[in-house]
Write a protein of this length. Sequence first.
Length: 249
Amino acid sequence: MAETLLVAERLTRSFGGLFANRDVSITLARGEVHALLGPNGAGKSTFINLLSGDLAPSGGRITLRGLDITALPQHRRSQLGIGRSYQRTNIFPAFTVFENCRLAAQSRQPRAWHWFADARQDAPVRARAEAALARAGLAERANAVSATLSHGEQRQLEIAMVLATSAEVLLLDEPLAGMGADESARMVELVKRLRPDHAILLVEHDMDAVFEVADRITVMVEGSVLESGSPQQIRASTAVRDAYLGEPV
């Protein structure tokens, strides 16, 4: 059986009397891509924010490898192995591709007492950054200024920065948004390459990509889970088709 890394049980988030998420449960296992679908306003990004620690839940529980992390802040969850990308690309555009990755890797190797040491020469940090860029398909772009990358390459860089932190759980919020066909295909292949070593939660509107890469799919509507199952089950679901997909896929 796949190794379970992260479990969310009945996560709820309310803003006053409005429920953005209500009793949402999900399990993320190493070697699997779990896609989260739903129309705009369904609560998908709120749910990722709850898992990453960007938002605190109003109710429910989150465990990572059996450890209760519900009350932990975002930076502690990151240190424990949860990494995420955002809907809007989140990089340092004036820095080189390598420097972006090096800074991410450096965050996992504290140097509090090395006041006068040159962090740029730290061999383990450099090795981790280089490995992350290679895995993300950006090794040949390491010296390019990040602002000069294409949109798709910038999204790859954001994922490379997450990989440089040694994250095992990847929360990817619409990584294909705004991409053309070729860039989307490269991102799908990247997600496939990352699958064996990671537990991946993928929020995405590109249905072709979702059904190509997902091992399991959860569909949300109005903050709650409508249905969860294999891609075949979701394709065949009348409830999902009526509420979200609109037609057989």
